[in-house]
Design a protein around this ligand. Structure first.
Ligand code: ACM
Ligand code: ZN
Length: 659
């Protein structure tokens, strides 16, 4: 006889996937379609045919037999047996089963779904497999959040990190501070972009056309429950000390200047700031039972603290050497507070600056260095480096994608990310708790667009979080993800269409042969610190830049670019050219003009042409332009001088082609 909790599990785990099973049009398969790829599986002879109520038996065993969240799934001609040591494991077994059914063929008799007989033993690589939702820049509906949780559960993701507060709007009901939701949750402009380009003010909720919103505590509790049923923990984020303009507009006394719209950072010299944050977190912790409370910590501009008498007084009293230590004081104090309530804090990797609070976990986003450092110090870490995990970048050729913050992060790049780096200390590897896909939403206005940005890239991170590194295979994943996307679309998800993927810039895929390839480049103006790409060989290595200037193929300058290429000997030259990109958001502009000069001896140069820019500086899309000329010269040296735009900003150039 089953005991009561056991029954409850069975009832629950059977509910969700079986409706899925019933509603499917059926096609292929067994475990080879499953995402994340299971740790072990063997196919056996025969198939199980679904007729009427499926015969699914669930056995609960100890953690010595099956790891937490893990499961064994046996499919025979007669039935299906799930063995697990946790509710989570049984739930994930059902997700695996549901995916097999979704990809299943019609049975030999042609009417019912059938899956291949098999044995699967599966368990996660990492305990934390996260998805981040930015509801501040554009508010998201409760239904949207639930729908994403449904998809997360299918791919065994188990943490939803909700970025509840930021300059663009506060999103949670806080009873002690009603102005947060009467005022700081609303703005006159619908899109972040219009709001950002305007005066970045807030408005009263009742104002006609006010855009924004917030979640009531009732709604959030309902979400927590919904998540819990899918074995997902919601991690709420309350930003501090920066990204808090909206709070300081509603409660200006918490800023250094005491005035609204003067800064984005709380005044850590003011005790009232701590009263506010503690009260807010008290209310947050009542609603969210999560192990971790996210306290932000990123991108604080500490300038005001340097001249604020209260901040200076605090630094004096606490013996803090600089404003980094002042931030650290604030984060540590809040961490102690959160810990006193039986929880832990997690923050972006800037919480390392000035000293990390004991017991705090770090989300490494500016690369992986912060995470590695934190692990070395004995702190738990979630890896979410922008280069692989920031889904706000375009997932395909920007010319065919909705406007994004820039950059290029296709599915393959997300998939190949390996979080355990060789430089991580082996005895500290257990501090790497998992990975997370982040979707910042400055340019993601609608729920549909957000969904499109998540799927399929979040599935790639789901597999990285769950599957063993040696079991991952990009080509195999692409086959499986195509089936998964079909399943998601059949259930009403807006997804990216992998079948119509354009991919990287064509020349970036192939490289380019030309006369200057391998030739020495003399820098008449020095290479700069940022965006060095391959250093002094960048312009003649035959490597062509891709859709983003941050792919280590484009060399970036905050000055003119002025170089001379030595072709080694005098020879016929018929073409000289280079390609620049423009992306005005991050301040990347075309050169004002390019002078192309040639010389036989490297002393006397002849200006053969000046190519003028004709790309408008207000063009919003990502643009490329060749600054090139054809010619008929016998020369050894080619000088290429690009003049910085009158808009200033960056110049990016990948190659100087000579033929
Ligand atoms: C971040 O992207 N500012 C954490
Ligand atoms: Zn201050």
């Amino acid at each position: 006889m089953m005991n009561k909790p056991f029954h409850a599990i069975l009832a629950f785990v059977l509910v969700i996937p079986l409706c899925l099973i019933c509603s499917l049009t059926v096609r292929a398969q067994g475990p080879q379609v499953v995402i994340p790829v299971p740790a072990e599986y063997q196919l056996a002879e025969g198939q199980y045919v679904f007729q009427g109520e499926p015969a699914v038996q669930v056995k609960m065993v100890s953690r010595k037999k099956v790891p937490y969240e893990g499961y064994r799934l046996e499919v025979t001609r007669k039935g299906i047996v799930i063995t697990a040591s946790s509710k989570e494991g049984a739930f994930y077994a059902m997700q695996t089963l549901a995916q097999m059914v979704a990809g299943a063929p019609e049975s030999e008799s042609g009417t019912e779904a059938a899956i291949a007989c098999c044995v699967i033993n599966d368990y996660p690589r990492f305990p934390y497999r996260g998805l981040h939702v930015d509801v501040s820049r554009h508010f998201r509906s409760v239904d949207f959040l639930k729908k994403q949780m449904d998809a997360m559960a299918m791919f065994k993701m188990n943490r939803m990190h909700i970025h509840l507060t930021d300059a663009a709007g506060w999103r949670m009901q806080i009873d002690a501070y009603p102005r947060l939701t009467e005022f700081a949750a609303w703005r006159p402009q619908r899109t972040w972009k219009e709001w950002w380009a305007g005066d970045r003010h807030y408005c009263e909720a009742a104002e006609p056309g006010a855009y924004g919103g917030y979640y009531t505590k009732e709604q959030l509790k309902e979400l927590v429950e919904y998540a819990h049923e899918r074995h997902i923990e919601i991690i709420p984020e309350i930003e501090m000390p920066g990204h808090s303009e909206e709070v300081l507009a509603a409660y200006p006394e918490l800023s250094c200047a005491g005035k609204p719209y003067s800064q984005g950072e709380f005044c850590p010299g003011n005790e009232e700031t701590f009263r506010f944050l503690e009260t807010v977190l008290d209310e947050v912790m009542v609603v969210f039972p999560s192990e971790y409370i996210h306290i932000g910590g990123d991108e604080a501009n500490k300038t005001h603290w340097k001249t604020c008498p209260k901040c200076q007084q605090r630094m004096l009293e606490e013996g803090l050497a600089d404003v980094d230590e002042l931030q650290s004081y604030m984060i540590k104090r809040m961490a102690r507070y959160v810990e006193s309530k039986g929880r832990k804090v997690i923050g972006w990797d800037e919480i390392l600056d000035g000293g990390l609070a004991e017991g705090a976990a770090v989300m490494s986003w500016r690369g992986t260095e912060g995470g590695i450092k934190a692990m070395d110090m004995g702190h738990d870490v979630i890896m979410t480096p922008g280069r692989y995990c920031y889904l706000d970048h375009a997932q395909d050729a920007p010319f065919k994608e909705p406007e994004s913050i820039g950059g290029y992060l296709p599915l393959d790049s997300t998939y190949v990310y390996e979080p355990l780096e060789a430089s991580m200390p082996a005895d500290k590897a257990h501090h790497l708790k998992g990975v997370q896909a982040n979707l910042w939403s400055e340019y993601v206005v609608t729920d549909e667009h957000a969904e499109y940005m998540y799927w399929p890239r979040a599935i790639a991170l789901a597999e990285t979080g769950w599957s063993q590194a040696e079991d991952k295979n990009l080509q195999d994943f692409r086959g499986r993800v195509a089936i998964a996307l079909e399943m998601l679309r059949s259930k009403g998800y807006e997804t990216f269409d992998l079948a119509n993927e354009y991919g990287e810039r064509k020349l970036a895929q192939t490289g380019l042969e030309h006369k200057a390839k391998g030739c020495k480049v003399i820098y008449n103006k020095p290479i700069q610190e940022w965006y060095q790409a391959a250093g002094e060989v960048t312009f003649t290595d035959g490597v062509i830049g891709g859709w983003t200037y941050s792919d280590n193929r484009w060399q970036g300058f905050l000055s003119d670019i002025d170089v001379t290429i030595d072709l080694g000997e005098v020879q016929q030259v018929n073409y000289v050219g280079g390609t620049f990109m423009q992306l005005i958001g991050p301040g990347v502009f075309m050169p004002r003009k390019v002078d192309i000069l040639v010389s036989e001896d490297g002393e006397e140069f002849e200006l053969i042409t000046t190519v003028w820019n004709d790309v408008h500086v207000t063009a919003e899309e990502l643009l490329f332009k060749d600054f090139s000329t054809i010619c008929d010269k016998q020369v050894r040296y080619v000088r290429y001088h690009a003049y910085r735009s009158t808009m200033r900003g960056f110049l990016f150039l990948d190659e100087i082609v000579v033929n």
